[in-house]
Design a binder for this molecule. Structure first.
Ligand code: NAG
Ligand code: NAG
Ligand code: NAG
Length: 871
């Protein structure tokens, strides 16, 4: 990145203002109508409309803007001093050291702030913040979010993402379902997200209109006051037609999801689109003909103005006035959309999810009006067939092909608080740093039609505690419309190295292979090397007596030579720390494979817990999975299974060589512990197994046939919580089978999948009760455990383990709502609280795809844990 110090005025326009022209008719009859017609004609005669509409609305001149219409009177001006400002300019390569002045809802200046500007501000209303060299970026823009419409915690009374009343519904508006009390607003702002496009769901081909909102709460507390430049169509179709148009937004979806409304095939989907667009086209053409008659003064034949409230939004799509977001995964789906846009001549602003987009960059460029931006997840793939070929290398491959890349959350699918983490992961897997930062700022702002005010240093900013592409980068403060959003931000000190762009591996070969094999490069285990010598090893950790110990570590600053480790036939046979005799002798130099770790580390393999890895391959494809188990609380158990004493063992349903499993293995996750897939009370017995094994018969494939006995207890179960507890009590006290496998003798632990602190309290009481009755000791752990931190002392005293899953909590359900969010909202995290109370803690993953990322999850929190016992 270029680092320069210079003075920049704000919003120096880098684009032509307003190519959109209004011709005011001279006729005095029906003046509004004439103006409207001349507007339509100017568009209609000049297809493609997209080239005539400009992202900057008429009258919006950033250079002249003294105040934002969103400014809330009484807000202090803020002077952020001594910042490293990533501006978003020059393709995301420009960095400016200096100050930054927020005033009246806009950023007045940055770099060296001219004295006359500062002198004009009342010192009693100026907050000064010394950033001490911290990174500052524009507020993050999430192009794909369901914040507010799919509420958190999820409640039946606020499930407004998908209407199931039809597949073509351009008349619906996400704004009408925007819950203003969603817990996520505060959390996502604490992750630096300041703006989000709120899309309807993908259960329909046309799910409805989307709205771009700022996440902060407003004085008015209304949904509409969150919307940026609300389109005039929102509160009546009789708005003054002479008003300059404002961008509208709409969601389309193709592929698997729209089949939810009625069992539609892909063929039905594209026909549904064509039928809808044909309706809109007829209206648009009739309007144009009407306007031609009006312009020609042909008043007698003028007739009624052709319009239809249901189709007006889609007519606007044809007029290029709508930024379309199209959910599409596969080449066949992109192909259908390419044909649709060319048949009806309308542009697409962004493709979403787009798992296989990286395989067809040239096809994307055939979309009418040019290639859309492509909005992706970093790592959330393979959970359904159409996502199976998705790749972590997708973002960089698309960028290599000059396609604009957006990283998005699909909140709450990915908690948008960690949107920046998606960009950091894309960067890790090869997306250049400038484009990775642009993918959550300038590019989504442009795709939404709002880069005249967001995505750049213009309105909203975030001050970061570290370089934004380091793992765990956390805001020190987020400003929206000039208003600081985090009341008492907690800032943790990080090592100086976190202020620099991290180094990443070179994945050129892997990316090329991914394209060569169309998303499914071979991953199977390679043959075992007889002898491997690891050189330039900085740290070497081993397990001794169930503890991880540091065999040797060479400090970062030392100039001493690094160590080497020799592995022969899978066993470490020689460790050479600096100054010790070499591991290499005459005999073993020839056949030996050498791996230069370039200062890296060797550590024991990691263990993943919590997903269906090993039992499920493609989560939403039943034929690829072991399948769910019977739940005795949901219905009678067939006699042949053993009625209520039955126990299902995951080991009997394991499958090896799955893609999630092999990717996890390649990421250092060598062991998985997986229970059978049970969605209710009953789960069964988990197995521990080796993720690199080829089948269950292979030596070492099954590490522990019976790892733990699992049950799930939550408020959304088939029976009441009290019934679930009664069932567990009954099982533990009277079932011969359970007494045999589990628990009271202390042999096999019981893992209760539980989120809620009150249920955990009941379980701790149950543990006492059982132990008092039987005289034994119950080995108990809680998995999930979002609220465990609230009972940390009691959990520690009871010697109950906790597998925190996910490691960064999110209030997805009511049971999970009392999370401890961590910096910048709280100093502590659940992990720090549990550690301080001597609880044995592990971290888990919810999703199969995520098993490979646990080292990142761990590193996210390590710097904050370093004061804790046991670390
Ligand atoms: C506004 O700035 C003044 C002067 O720095 C300060 O005393 C005051 O606390 C600030 N108000 C707010 C709401 O931050
Ligand atoms: C319609 O919305 C606009 C933009 O929010 C607002 O300025 C206008 O007053 C509203 N009009 C009515 C009739 O509510
Ligand atoms: C945790 O263990 C340490 C060391 O045994 C002890 O000093 C401390 O008091 C314990 N903390 C709690 C909350 O039990």
């Amino acid at each position: 990145m270029d680092v320069k110090r210079s003075y920049m005025t704000i919003g120096r326009a880098n684009r032509e203002e307003n190519s959109f022209s209004y011709r005011h008719g001279k006729l005095v009859v029906f003046p509004l109508l004439i103006i409207f017609c001349s507007l339509l004609i100017s568009i209609a005669l000049g297809f493609p409309e997209v080239s005539r509409l400009n992202d900057v609305p008429q009258g919006f001149d950033a250079r002249l803007r003294a105040t934002s219409e969103r400014y809330e009177p009484g807000t202090n001006a803020t002077l952020v001093q001594n910042a490293k400002i990533w501006t978003g300019s020059d393709h995301g390569k420009q960095v400016i050291h200096g100050d930054l002045l927020l005033h009246q809802g806009i950023i007045k200046a940055f770099g060296d702030i001219p004295k006359h500007i500062l002198d004009g501000i009342d010192k009693d209303q100026l907050t000064v913040l010394d950033a001490k060299g911290a990174w500052v970026t524009p507020g993050l823009v999430d192009l794909h979010s369901h914040i507010g419409v799919g509420s958190s915690p999820q409640l039946r009374g606020a499930a407004d993402t998908n209407s199931l009343h039809g597949t073509i519904q351009p008349w619906l508006r996400s704004l009408d379902g925007l819950n203003t009390h969603d817990e996520s607003y505060r959390l996502s702002i604490a992750g630096g997200v300041t703006t989000a496009q709120i899309l309807p769901g993908s259960a329909n081909n046309i799910g409805g209109q989307a709205f771009v909102i700022k996440l902060r709460s407003t004085l008015e507390r209304s949904a509409i006051s969150k919307v940026i430049e609300p389109p005039h169509t929102l509160n009546g179709t009789t708005f003054a037609q002479s008003t300059p148009p404002r961008w509208r937004h709409m969601k389309h979806a193709c592929g698997e999801n729209p089949s939810r409304v009625y069992s539609a095939t892909r063929m039905d989907s594209i026909w549904a689109f064509r039928q809808a667009y044909n309706e809109a086209r007829k209206i648009r053409d009739a309007q144009n003909a009407y306007c031609t008659r009006a312009k020609d003064g042909d008043w007698e034949k003028l007739g009624e103005w052709p319009e239809d409230l249901k189709w007006e939004a889609l007519v606007d799509v044809l007029r290029g006035r709508v930024k379309l977001a199209v959910h599409c995964y596969e080449p066949v789906d992109f192909d259908g959309i390419v044909r649709l846009t060319n048949e009806f001549e309308f542009p697409v602003a962004s493709f979403h999810h787009a798992g296989s987009a990286y395989l067809v960059p040239d096809l994307l460029k055939k979309v009418y009006g040019g290639a859309p931006a492509v909005a992706l997840f970093a790592s959330n793939f393979r959970k359904k067939r159409e996502a199976y070929r998705g790749s972590e290398f997708g973002p960089r491959i698309l960028a290599d092909n000059n396609i604009r890349v957006v990283m998005k959350s699909d909140h709450p699918v990915i908690n948008s608080r960690y949107l920046l983490n998606e960009a950091a992961l894309a960067f890790y897997y090869g997306l250049p740093a400038n484009l990775a930062l642009s993918s959550v700022t300038t590019v989504p702002a442009q795709a939404a039609g709002f880069d005249h005010r967001i995505g750049h240093i213009k309105e909203d900013i975030v001050v970061w505690d570290s370089h934004p592409l380091t793992l765990g980068a956390t805001p020190v403060q987020s400003f929206i419309d000039g208003i600081p959003q985090i009341e008492r931000p907690v800032v943790s000190l990080k090592p100086d190295s976190f202020q620099e762009l991290p180094q990443t591996p070179n994945f050129d070969k892997e990316a090329a292979e991914t394209v060569e094999y169309e998303g499914l490069p071979p991953l199977a285990t390679r043959h075992e090397e007889e002898e491997v010598l690891f050189t330039n090893v900085r740290n070497f950790w081993v397990i001794e007596d169930e503890e991880i110990v540091d065999s040797f570590s060479v400090g970062q600053s030392t100039r001493r030579s690094l160590g080497s480790v020799l592995v022969q036939k899978g066993k470490v046979t020689c460790v050479q720390n600096a100054g010790q005799p070499s591991c290499i002798n005459q005999e073993n130099t020839d056949s030996m494979k050498r791996i230069d770790l370039e200062g890296g580390s060797l550590a024991p393999g990691l263990t993943t817990f919590g997903s269906a890895i090993g039992t499920d391959e493609i989560r939403l494809e039943p034929s690829t999975n072991d399948g769910p188990v019977f739940d005795p609380l949901q219905g009678p158990i067939p006699k042949i299974i053993g009625e209520d004493g039955f126990l299902i063992r995951a080991v009997d349903g394991l499958q090896f060589e799955g893609r999630n499993m092999l990717l996890a293995y390649r990421a250092g996750v060598t062991t998985a512990v997986t229970p059978p897939t049970g969605y209710g009370f009953a789960k069964g017995i988990s197995a521990a197994f080796h993720t690199g094994a080829t089948n269950a018969l292979e030596k070492g494939a099954i590490i522990q046939e019976i790892a733990a006995f699992h049950v799930g207890i939550n408020k959304a179960g088939a029976a009441s919580v009290s019934t679930q507890i009664a069932a567990l009590r009954n099982l533990l006290l009277s079932s011969a089978v359970i007494a045999h496998v589990a628990s009271v003798q202390g042999e096999i632990p019981i893992v209760v999948h539980v989120e809620n602190a009150d249920i955990m309290a009941t379980l701790l009481r149950l543990k006492d009760e059982i132990e008092a009755q039987t005289g034994g000791k119950l080995r108990l752990s809680f998995a999930g455990a979002a609220e465990a931190w609230r009972l940390a002392l009691a959990i520690g005293k009871a010697d109950v383990g906790v597998i925190l899953t996910p490691s960064r909590s999110f209030p997805a359900t009511w049971d999970q709502r009392r999370i401890l969010p961590g910096p910048p909202l709280t100093y502590d995290t659940p992990l720090t609280v549990l550690f301080k109370n001597n609880v044995t803690v592990a971290i888990g993953s919810e999703n199969e795809y995520d098993a490979r990322n646990i080292r990142f999850d761990l590193a996210w929190r390590l710097w904050i844990l370093s004061g804790c016992p046991g670390i």
